[in-house]
Write a protein that binds this ligand. Structure first.
Ligand SMILES: [Zn+2]
Length: 465
């Protein structure tokens, strides 16, 4: 059986789920469902990054020990992901013992090979980013992302010889062996690497960051974010590693592209593992045309959206309105418009008209020429390129066509049972192709149209006023 391995980033567990994480994980879910339909054996990994100073501090502020703080956050994620219908294969937490074990093995391996050495690290550190920044990244001496003053730190640390991999990284990226998509992102990465890579610190003193995996060769230090976080993609497969490695595609937003295009493949090269085939970078979205931020009070709560509009409305809108790989906009007004215009008026109406006509006239089996108007090859190509909005556009073009066929052939006058049979087959095809996006509605459509006796049911989607 052909295999397919897709990952999302692991989300930093110092806060409840964010709409951005929902978006990435949804895309991975849609793709996984499509690949399963196509007969692939799929592994879909998502989860949480649970170590580091910020978690240590946030837990302390909320009066909890880190573990019970994290358990509560993980439960919120699982609950939301379940509500959204995400069928992941594993939800990894970097505090899971199987993960910690693999990280310790890696650290020992890299240390014994000389890729990790003790040195001094001096750089500008942003507590918000939980990482060192280059001088060129700073704006007025501040972290541009967090708008806070950075500290110049000099400390004893263990370093990973990232600089040693510069040439090889450029080679695998330029050759496409390690593909970065969309293409514009690849160009950015290449020019970033060509400016030169420095060795990176992979540890913190335990007195500074206690909540981390202790280095197996120096118990006074804990492993610092990147090695621990990246290795989830390896450890998360557990006993299925040999079947699924390497990832076929890894989805992420642009903020973590640089590290995923440098530190991550360098670690794999150092460990002697093959590289992921593709990284795909999706865009950010604004809310009502503005940047989402707490101070503007426009942070989208994914739980609230699901409660208010239902799972399929949210899934559909996120995949339809924001082209994957580009920036886009989220607005409740837009969501309601698309839901009413596309799901209610186009799909819902088609289903309900055909149900009613079949109930009154019945069906007569015949050759289904209607499906020739559906370009499945095109849909497949769009899926392969992660152009989910275009997939939906193509399917809805066919739904429009089916609605036109009803108008034109007037089966309510002619009682043409053959055209109703064709329409039924068309609708079942639509339910198959839309299933990765709106699974529960499609399951319902299939149930209705596979029934012994097809009758007019209640509307599939209720109009939102
Ligand atoms: Zn920062």
């Amino acid at each position: 059986m052909r295999k397919f391995y897709v990952t999302t980033p692991i989300y930093y567990a110092n806060a409840p789920p964010h709409i951005g994480g929902v978006y990435t994980t949804l895309a991975a879910d849609v793709l996984s469902r499509w690949k399963r339909l196509k007969g692939y054996d799929v592994f879909f990994l998502t989860g949480l990054d649970e170590h580091g100073k910020k978690i240590q501090e946030t837990a302390k502020q909320s009066g909890k020990d880190p573990k019970s703080f994290l358990d509560a956050i993980a439960e919120k994620y699982r609950l939301l992901f379940r509500k959204l219908g995400f069928e992941y294969s594993n939800f990894i937490r970097t505090t899971d013992s199987y993960h910690e074990k693999r990280v310790i093995e890696l650290l020992k391996d890299l240390y014994s090979k000389g890729y990790i050495y003790k040195g001094v690290y001096e750089a500008y550190y942003c507590v918000g980013c939980e990482q060192y920044l280059k001088k060129s990244d700073l704006v007025d001496g501040k972290c541009p992302l967090h708008n806070r003053t950075v500290e110049l730190r000099k400390e004893e640390a263990y370093l990973f010889r990232l600089s040693q991999f510069q040439g090889e990284l450029l080679k695998v990226i330029k050759s496409g062996e390690f593909e970065i998509l969309p293409f514009s992102r690849r160009k950015e990465v290449i020019s970033f690497i060509e400016q030169g890579l420095s060795d990176i610190s992979i540890s913190r003193r335990k007195s500074d960051v206690e909540w981390g995996i202790p280095l197996p060769f120096d118990k006074d230090h804990t492993c610092y974010v990147w090695i621990d976080a990246f290795w989830n993609y390896v450890s998360g497969l557990q006993e299925k590693f040999s079947v699924f490695w390497p990832p076929d595609v890894q989805f992420m937003a642009n903020d973590i592209l640089r590290v995923h295009a440098t530190i991550w493949p360098a670690l794999l090269l150092a460990a002697g593992l093959s590289l992921p085939k593709k990284l795909f970078i999706h865009g950010y979205f604004t809310v009502d045309g503005r940047k989402m931020s707490k101070s503007l009070g426009n942070v989208v709560d994914p739980f609230e959206m699901v409660e208010k509009y239902g799972v399929d409305a949210l899934r559909y809108f996120l995949m339809r309105n924001i082209p994957f790989g580009q920036d886009g906009d989220f607005s409740e007004k837009g969501l309601v418009e698309r839901y009413n215009n596309e799901l209610v008026n186009k799909l819902g109406n088609l289903v309900s008209r055909v149900e009613g006509l079949i109930e009154r006239n019945g069906l007569e089996r015949c050759e289904v020429t209607l499906l020739k108007s559906l370009n499945e090859e095109k849909i497949e190509r769009y899926f392969e390129n992660f152009e989910f909005d275009k997939v939906l556009n193509e399917i809805f073009r066919f739904i429009d066509f089916c609605n036109e066929v009803i108008q034109r052939s007037k089966p309510w006058e002619t009682g043409d049972r053959k055209i109703l049979y064709e329409l039924k087959e068309g609708i079942l095809k639509v339910a198959e192709l839309l299933w990765p996006f709106i699974p529960s509605s499609c399951d319902e459509i299939r149930k209705r149209f596979s029934a012994e006796k097809i009758i007019k049911n209640k509307p599939l989607f209720k109009k939102i006023s």
